[in-house]
Structure formats: structure tokens, C-alpha cells
Design a protein around this ligand. Structure first.
Ligand code: CA
Length: 653
């Protein structure tokens, strides 16, 4: 670790770390104990506030905390301080720092400035203790992720949702658009995805929770990691409301058969000087450049140091807390490439010990090089060293739609040749495969996944342009029908491969973001899904629904193991650009044939001579089959996919 300009004599690497979980407060029947980890502080005090009542409270007393073992400061009050507010203050070199809710706050008030002692059982909705009884563990390859932001999904009038942009939006059943098509939770049930990935929903800084004005932010600016964001609650000032409503949302999603994925952003904080990390143990939680300035692998002004024992412990405990207290089923790690491999492995081990089948994936990159040797980082290239953690497959994404740094450059979808190998790389789930020519793959010259379920298969996400905008930017002036055909082709590539499929909310109905590339703080008029899109693109929606059913029904898309994929999945040489064809043999001896044709003309291809059922053809999809077909030389319609299946026993024709 690099030398830091710390005033205290204790070197940062020598800071003691407690073994037991750090509980910021323990509410006993007749006492309350507080804890704060600040090994190098000269002194620590706690401020207590009167009980929270309808936003009114005041400072009640300030008390010195006592220095205990392993860097912990403690204070015990001989009363149960239910719903009492508190902040900590540390003193270094004779200077008292600003008040902080601490890094392990469980409940906070408006804008996350003050913490509260809350009896978490008071926040449980009715039936919460049986919430997870019907939450079966399924193999990762059966997971289908849907990435959404509360405002995108529910704030537009056309959604017909009462709790616009709130947690409770996902508790409303039977909502409809103007034409009577389902929206919200009912739309998700119709679609058939399995995992709802919520954009950051821990307490973040950029939205003023006290304002009634519509404000928008993705929320990648963490404040309090272990508390739900207040602006998505109906009352951000009442510390219990955001917790209770978040749980109500999870409960409704679970009842509807979904699992819930939390987007976690441990790689940086909103700011440094005012962060809870810096106000408790200055300089400990952040990496520095050799010149002493803050490292900035996040591109957001700082990067955290997961390799430091207490930061690692903090991340593990935070993830476990969301699982135990909020019943979270999966985690998406923002800029996972900033974290070290050991931390990610420890998180996986700790999670598996408390709840099986939790989906963990992340961005296997950073904004710029983090201040830790490359071989230690949980980058995409190192993901095979991280057990059962997946990374986003940008090879497939950009092979389909074009590079992230130039919106006008198209690729396979709009008929640009030369991207076939990048797509094949993604179709096999980023595992080594002799029929993928790595020399021609866009980013990776080496396969990086150990199993196909270590790759997230996608064509767009909240970052960059959504699919509709990208198609318009790369093929201007095409008809709505043509964009729809290309969107179907794109999603077919995403779902008919071996990686874990992922959809950005609204791509299934061709929502747009008015061409905005980085819409992180754009207004609702840019970010919200207008649900008339569902009516306009009902045909695409129906196609995606069937696509998901096909993927879930057939074993051919769930090979998972690299050896099995190499044995069972083979590409048919096409000798033409923009035409990719492959066969997948399933366990029962059936044969799946998939052809992706982005040419504007029909193409012919030879497939094994067997009797097939047609599942997808010329922009139509049906899990029950559209028609039958004899193998041999067959025609594939322009700008579309052909998916046919031949069972091991002959079809009755
Ligand atoms: Ca907030």
C-alpha cells in the first residue's frame, strides 16, 4: 500500500479489525449500545436526538464514547432508545469532524444525514417472516434479468400507476396503459423474466429527498450503503417508511415469482471529505495515486480500497445484511474491476453460506486503471478466478450494435460485416471454443469465462443508448417495421446463446431515450418509458415473450460447462458475412439449429437432414411451434432469425 499523509502514528495497514460483525447499535430491553470503528481517532462522541415524530426532533445530549478493543468505540445508555436519532463525531489532531451516521447505519432520516435506532421488526410488512418460503433455487442459466429504474418504469402517466417512481409502484397489480395493455408488475409477469434488477436503491446523494419536484438520477453516488434510498419512499423523513416500503416491494415481487437484484456501488462514494468513511477513519477506505492524490478508477473522483481488511469486511457484511434483512436474491456490482478478486471470492463464500442460488454479476472493468495491480482485480479478464460470479459480455453487445464510444457506428445488426466472431464469442458464453476465431473478436483475445453462466448476455443496458436509439443512430431513416425486425434479431442473439440473458427495461417494447447517450440525470421526459410503446410494438413484445419461453423450455441453451459447450455446440460455416448459424445438441439427443441473418436479402444454408419444428422464423416466434420443416438446404429470411428444433424421436409427419 502506498504511503499516505495521515496524521496519526498508526499505519493504515496496521489498523485492527474486529472479527465479529459490527453492529452500530444494539437495542436491548433496558439498554442501547452503540459502536463505531475508528482505530486512530483521538476521541469519539455520540449525539442523541429526541424521538422521531412527524419530522420534529431536536438534539438531546452529547456523550463521549469509550475506546475499546479492535478500534471500536462504544457507548451504552441505560434505556431502550427506540426511534431515537444519533450521529457520531470523531476527533483527529484536536479537530472535531462533521457529524456522520456512521458506515453501518440501518435507518436514516431525510437525505441520509442522521441515523436512527430502529427496531427492524417494526418495519416488517405483514407476512414478511414467510416471504421466502416459496423462493426456489434455480440454476443460474435459467435466470433472465430485467434491469430497471423506478422512474423509468412507473413515472409516466401512461403507465397508469399510482405510486409514480416509488417502491410501491412494484406492488400495484393489474395496471394498464390507455389501450388496455398491462404495465408495471403485470407487464413483468406477462414477459416472463425471472430477476428484477433495480438500479441503485440504497441511499444515494444526488436527489434532494426533501423536494417535491420530479428529480432524476440513476443513483450511482452512494451515501448510506445499508439503507434504502428515501426519494423512492412515500415519506423520506420518517426513517421507518423507506425500509417498510422497500420490503413491501420485495414481498410483492417474490409473491409474483420474481427475484430481486440490488445494484451495489461499493467502488466509490459520492464525495470524500463528507463521506461516512472519511468522517470515521480518514484515508483508510480509499486508494491513492503514487503522488498522494486520490485514485480515481471510478471516474467519479475516488476509488475505494476493497483489499483493506475493514473495507472488505464492510462489503461482505453489507451484502449479507441486504440478504438477511431485505431478502435480496442477487447483486450487480458496479465497476467490479475496481474490487480485488479475493474480496469478490469472499463475498461469494459468505453469501453461499447463508442463502443458496444468489446471482452475483458485475461490470468487469473500471473507468481508468485502479491503484492495485491488474492481476489482483476482478476485471473481466480475471473473472475465471472469481467463483460463480459473472461479468457483462461487451463483445456480444458491441458485436451486435457497435462500439460504446461511438453511437453512430453500427455493427452486425445493421449489416456491417466483420463482427461475426465477436458474436460467436458471446453465443458460447465467453468460454474457450475452437470454432471461435479469437483474432477477429473485438475486445478479448482470450476466452475469459470458466462456465457460460459467468457471462451476462445483452445488447443494451441503462448505460449508453437504449436499443431503439442505437438502431436509429446506426441506420437512420429505416421504417418502424425494420427497427422492430432488428430488435427481434438482437434479442434472439441475446437469448439463444449460453450466457445469462439480460434486458434493459423497455427494450422489449422498443422504448427510446430521445437519442440521449448518458441519461444519468436527464429528466423524466427522456428516461421514462411511455407505455404507448407497448401498443405500437405489441408484435415485438409478443416475440420476446415467446423467446423467453423457448429459452426456458429447451436444454440446448443451458449447457453451462465449457467442455459440454465445446462438445455439443457447433457453428455451421456460412462463408458469408452477417450470417451466423449453429447447432446445439441437447441431453436427450435433440438438435437445436439457430441462424442469425442480418443481411437485407434472404440467405440459404444447409442444415442437418432431420425433421424440425420451427420455433422462430421471419420475425415470428412460438414455443409451441409455427410449422414443420425438413432439413437440408433451407432459406433464412432477411434481417431475421431462424430457430428450429428436431427432437430425438421423429416428429409425427
Ligand atoms: Ca438519498
Amino acid at each position: 500500500m502506498l504511503p499516505l499523509k495521515s496524521q496519526n502514528p498508526l499505519a493504515l495497514d496496521d489498523y485492527p479489525v474486529p472479527v465479529a460483525p459490527i453492529n452500530e447499535y444494539v437495542l436491548g430491553d433496558s439498554y442501547t449500545t452503540f459502536q463505531l470503528w475508528a482505530p486512530a481517532a483521538d476521541s469519539v462522541r455520540i449525539n442523541l436526538f429526541t424521538e422521531y415524530k412527524e419530522g420534529k426532533e431536536s438534539k438531546w445530549l452529547t456523550a463521549q464514547m469509550e475506546k475499546g478493543e479492535n478500534g471500536l468505540w462504544t457507548y451504552t445508555f441505560d434505556r431502550r432508545l427506540n426511534n431515537i436519532g444519533y450521529t457520531f463525531q470523531t476527533c483527529y489532531g484536536g479537530q472535531w469532524k462533521a457529524e456522520t451516521p456512521g458506515i453501518f447505519a440501518k435507518a436514516v432520516g431525510l437525505n441520509g444525514r442522521r441515523a436512527y435506532c430502529v427496531d427492524m421488526r417494526d418495519t416488517d410488512p405483514e407476512g414478511w417472516n414467510t416471504d421466502e418460503l416459496n423462493n426456489p433455487v434455480v440454476p443460474f442459466s435459467k435466470d433472465v434479468i430485467y434491469e430497471m429504474h423506478f422512474r423509468d418504469f412507473s413515472a409516466d402517466e401512461s403507465a397508469g400507476i399510482k405510486h409514480k417512481g416509488k417502491y410501491l409502484a412494484l406492488t400495484e397489480e393489474g395496471t394498464r396503459n390507455k389501450e388496455g395493455l398491462s404495465t408495471g408488475l403485470s407487464h413483468l409477469k406477462e414477459l416472463g423474466v425471472t430477476h428484477i434488477h433495480l438500479l441503485p436503491s440504497f441511499d444515494y446523494a444526488s436527489v434532494d429527498e426533501g423536494s417535491n419536484k420530479a428529480q432524476y438520477n440513476w443513483g450511482y453516488d452512494p451515501l448510506n450503503y445499508n439503507v434504502p434510498e428515501g426519494s423512492y419512499a412515500t415519506d423520506a423523513a420518517n426513517p421507518l417508511t423507506r425500509i417498510r416500503e422497500f420490503k413491501q416491494m420485495v414481498q410483492h415481487l417474490h409473491r409474483a415469482g420474481f427475484k430481486v437484484v440490488l445494484d451495489v456501488v461499493y467502488n466509490h462514494t459520492f464525495d470524500v471529505n463528507g463521506s461516512n468513511f472519511q468522517l470515521t477513519a480518514p484515508d483508510y477506505f480509499y486508494r491513492r495515486n503514487p503522488d498522494g492524490s486520490l485514485a480515481n478508477g471510478s471516474g467519479c473522483g475516488n476509488e475505494t480500497a476493497s483489499e483493506r481488511p475493514l473495507m472488505r469486511k464492510f462489503m461482505i457484511e453489507s451484502v449479507l445484511y441486504w440478504i438477511k434483512e431485505y431478502h435480496i436474491d442477487g447483486f450487480r456490482f458496479d465497476l467490479m474491476g475496481i474490487h480485488d478478486i479475493e474480496t469478490m471470492n469472499e463475498i461469494r463464500r459468505a453469501v453461499d453460506a447463508v442463502k443458496p442460488g444468489v446471482l452475483i454479476y458485475g461490470e468487469g472493468w473500471a473507468s481508468s486503471s485502479p491503484q492495485l495491480p491488474e492481476f489482483q482485480l476482478a476485471m473481466k479478464a480475471n473473472v475465471s478466478k472469481v467463483n460463480s460470479v459473472a461479468a457483462f459480455g461487451d463483445e456480444l453487445r458491441d458485436g451486435l450494435r457497435g462500439p460504446w464510444d461511438n453511437d453512430a457506428n453500427g455493427a452486425f445488426l445493421v449489416g456491417v460485416p466483420g463482427h461475426e466472431e465477436s458474436i460467436k464469442f458471446g453465443l458460447v458464453g465467453a468460454v474457450p471454443h475452437p470454432e471461435v476465431n479469437l483474432d477477429k473478436v473485438n475486445y478479448s483475445k482470450k476466452a475469459w469465462a470458466q462456465k457460460a453462466t459467468q457471462m451476462i448476455s445483452y445488447v443494451s443496458c441503462h448505460d449508453d443508448m437504449c436499443l431503439a436509439d442505437r438502431l436509429k443512430a446506426t441506420k437512420p431513416g429505416a421504417t418502424a417495421k425494420e427497427y422492430e425486425r432488428l430488435a427481434k434479431l438482437a434479442e434472439t442473439a441475446v437469448f439463444m446463446g449460453q450466457g445469462i440473458p439480460f434486458i434493459f427495461a423497455g427494450d422489449e417494447i422498443l422504448r427510446d431515450k430521445k437519442g440521449v447517450h448518458n441519461s444519468y440525470n436527464s429528466p423524466d421526459s427522456v428516461n421514462c418509458i411511455t407505455w404507448g410503446c407497448k401498443t405500437a410494438h405489441k408484435d415485438l413484445f409478443d416475440y420476446v415473450c415467446e423467446l423467453i419461453k423457448i429459452r426456458q423450455r429447451y436444454d440446448a441453451f443451458h449447457l453451462v460447462d465449457a467442455d459440454v459447450i465445446r462438445e455439443k455446440m457447433h457453428f455451421i460455416p456460412t462463408k458469408q458475412s452477417n450470417l451466423i448459424a449453429y447447432t446445439i445438441e441437447d441431453k436427450a439427443g435433440g438438435l437445436m439449429v439457430v441462424v442469425l441473418n442480418s443481411n437485407t436479402k434472404a440467405k440459404s444454408i444447409t442444415v442437418p437432414k432431420r425433421d424440425y419444428q420451427v420455433l422462430i422464423k421471419d420475425g415470428k416466434a412460438s414455443v409451441e411451434g409455427l410449422a414443420t420443416l425438413k432439413g437440408g438446404r433451407i432459406k433464412v429470411d432477411p434481417q431475421s432469425a431462424l430457430v428450429i428444433y428436431s427432437p430425438s424421436t421423429p416428429l409425427p409427419f
